[in-house]
Design a protein around this ligand. Sequence first.
Ligand code: PLP
Length: 456
Amino acid sequence: MIPTRSTQAWQAADAAHFLHPFTDFKALGAKGARIIERADNIWLWDSEGQQILDAMSGLWCVNVGYGQTALIDAATEQLRQLPFYNAFFQTATPPAIALAEALAAIAPPGFQHVFFAGSGSEGNDTVVRMVRRYWDLQGQPQRQHIISRWNGYHGSTMAGASLGGMSYMHAQGGLPIPGISHIQQPYWWDHGRAQGLSREDFGLVAARWLEDEIQRLGPENVAAFIGEPVQGAGGVIVPPASYWPEIQRIADRHGILVVADEVICGFGRTGNWWGSQTQGFRPDLMTFAKGVTSGYIPLGGVMVGERVATALIEQGGEFEHGYTYSGHPVACAVGLANLKLIQELKLVEHVREDVGPYLAEQFARLKDHPLVGDAETCGLMGALLLVKDRVRGTAFAPEQGVGMVCRGHCFGNGLIMRAVGDRMIIAPPLVITRAQIEELVHRIRRALDLTLADLH
Ligand code: PLP
């Protein structure tokens, strides 16, 4: 155990040595980080003893909630038995083999193979390598181009950030890398409402932006389209039901591969094992991470569908790609225990039939709040859009930072909810109960009231 220190002592050491991800180092140093010390179920406790409802599952990952002894025991036993061995030189470990087998069993038909990585970003780097290799093997080496979406998030490595459509990330480090371009996201509120389109009509319009981009590039040059079934970090953008099936039709027409980034949507989050099942499409590759171990230990990878797997296996020869931790035995042992627990607790059904619809109902009720212009959910992902004028749908000026004000009130009142612009988003652990959803919504309403009071 690490000896305890006071909050101030932790903050001082933190500011002196720890460069946090996606953080203004100087500003955080001045303010001091919040120190999270322990957790159980859906709750966190900070170093001041405050109990906080974690409505973000850590970082979209703690699907089974905190404190699950099955996962802790699996890690401990595997650490004792074999803490590490690699999978490079014609070797394998039982946990990696067993997890690959278990993932194939829960994957949609046609997925029999898995490539392991250490994170979602590494998984998406693997996707880029695999997609391009696939087209080389098809005798179409010019098919290198991958189409993605603005405001999508696919990680922070060079390829992951390039696939992602966060322009502020591209601005640092000379991104995107060549051969990647972005189309607009299927966000009805910003891109369809003002045009007077119904959500479903807008879904078709947004999908056809893919067709336009394919024509611009020349279909013979396009390798793949990648997207999150429901965009997470971009603000929980739930696409209209018409969107993904139309994307699938367009991709099929041109023979291009479809990649589902399931890093957030996988493992029950949307009420099915995979978000692509909820959104009604059949990807060729699926990136996963986060929920595969419920975040207890890092693990990511790519589910490889038959079309790509057959080419790589039968014609590919050596695939020149991999990571030290591809198939890490401890991570895979935790992954196996996690999948087993999701099945035992029937969490996928729990989301689909019980707490998912209940959250949708509760979020719909929040639309009576003067700040809430729109409320959307998909399984246990949800977003509330804060607006200045609900009737006209007028947005707040970005410099007002209303989302950040609301986030501050959440933090101050024992709730972790994230702000993406003025979209307040949640993705609570899948073990959440109806009573806990009521508590969550009660805390959200209080934060909204405090935010409204600040604006007057
Ligand atoms: N893809 C999606 C959809 C994500 O949300 C994330 C992380 O939030 C990633 C990829 C990157 O995963 P990681 O942070 O494990 O590299």
